[in-house]
Design a binder for this molecule. Structure first.
Ligand SMILES: *Cc1c(COP(=O)(O)O)cnc(C)c1O
Length: 220
C-alpha cells in the first residue's frame, strides 16, 4: 500500500462527496486511523500534510505518538476506541479529542481528571450504540438524551458531538441518520461517522469527522 497515494485518493473522494452533497469540504475532517501501524508506516501521511490521526488503544498510542508529536506539534490525536476509567489520566495527556464517552462512570472520571489539567481539555464526543448490539460500546439511543444532559449539567463536560459504529451486516444510512437526529435535537454539531467502506454515505448524511484507516494505510 502506498500511503501517500491512499491518502490523496481518500481526500479526493471526500471532496467529491462534499460536492455531491452540496457541502463545504472544510466541514468534513479526515481522521486517519493509524491503529496497528508503526510510526514509519504512518510517516508518509504526516509528510503529506495529514495532522489528524485516530488510535483505538491508549497503550498503543502512548508507544508511538509522543515522539511524533514532539516533531510535529500540530498533530491532533483522536481516541476512537473504548476508554477504561483507569486509563483516563493517560488518555488526557495524549489525545486532543475523545470520541468514546459512553457511560456514567467514564463521564464522572473525565470530569474529575479534567479539573486537574494544566492544559486545554480534550474535545468530547459521546458514542451511541445505534444498532443496540450487546458486544458494542456506546450508550443506547433511547438513553442518549438523558446521558447528554447529565454530562453537561452534572459533570460540566463540554460535549461537542456524537459518534457511532453501525453494525457490520446492516445498511448504514439508518444508523447515520439516527445519530444525526439525536445530535440535532441536542444541539450538538459534530458527527463522527463513516469508515473506509462507507465514509461517502456518512458525508451525505452530515458527518463532520470521518474515521478512515485501511483505505489509507492498507489492510490490518
Ligand atoms: C479501525 C476503526 C476505524 C477505521 O476503520 P477502516 O475500516 O480501516 O477505515 C474507524 N473507526 C473505529 C472506531 C475503528 O476502530
Amino acid at each position: 500500500m502506498n500511503v501517500a497515494e491512499g491518502l490523496a485518493e481518500v481526500r479526493g473522494t471526500i471532496t467529491r462527496a462534499c460536492r455531491d452533497a452540496g457541502r463545504d469540504p472544510a466541514g468534513v475532517r479526515l481522521v486517519a486511523v493509524s491503529k496497528t501501524f508503526e510510526a514509519e508506516h504512518i510517516m508518509p501521511a504526516v509528510e503529506a500534510g495529514q495532522r489528524v490521526f485516530g488510535e483505538n488503544r491508549v497503550q498503543e498510542a502512548k508507544g508511538k505518538w509522543p515522539a511524533l508529536k514532539e516533531r510535529f506539534p500540530d498533530i491532533e490525536l483522536h481516541l476512537i476506541g473504548p476508554l477504561q476509567t483507569n486509563k483516563v489520566r493517560e488518555a488526557l495527556a495524549l489525545f486532543e479529542v475523545i470520541h468514546t464517552v459512553d457511560r456514567e462512570s467514564l463521564a464522572a472520571t473525565l470530569a474529575k481528571e479534567i479539573a486537574r489539567l494544566d492544559h486545554a481539555p480534550p474535545r468530547l464526543l459521546i458514542q451511541v450504540n445505534t444498532g443496540e448490539e450487546p458486544q458494542k460500546a456506546g450508550i443506547a439511543p433511547g438513553e442518549a438524551d438523558a446521558f447528554i444532559a447529565r454530562c453537561r449539567d452534572e459533570h460540566k463536560l463540554a460535549i461537542e458531538g456524537m459518534m457511532c459504529i453501525p453494525p457490520l451486516d446492516e445498511p448504514v444510512a439508518p444508523h447515520f441518520g439516527l445519530l444525526a437526529t439525536i445530535a440535532r435535537r441536542n444541539g450538538l454539531r459534530e458527527l463522527s461517522m463513516g469508515m473506509s467502506g462507507d465514509y461517502e454515505k456518512a458525508i451525505a448524511l452530515g458527518a463532520t469527522y470521518v474515521r478512515v484507516g485501511s483505505a489509507i494505510f492498507g489492510a490490518r
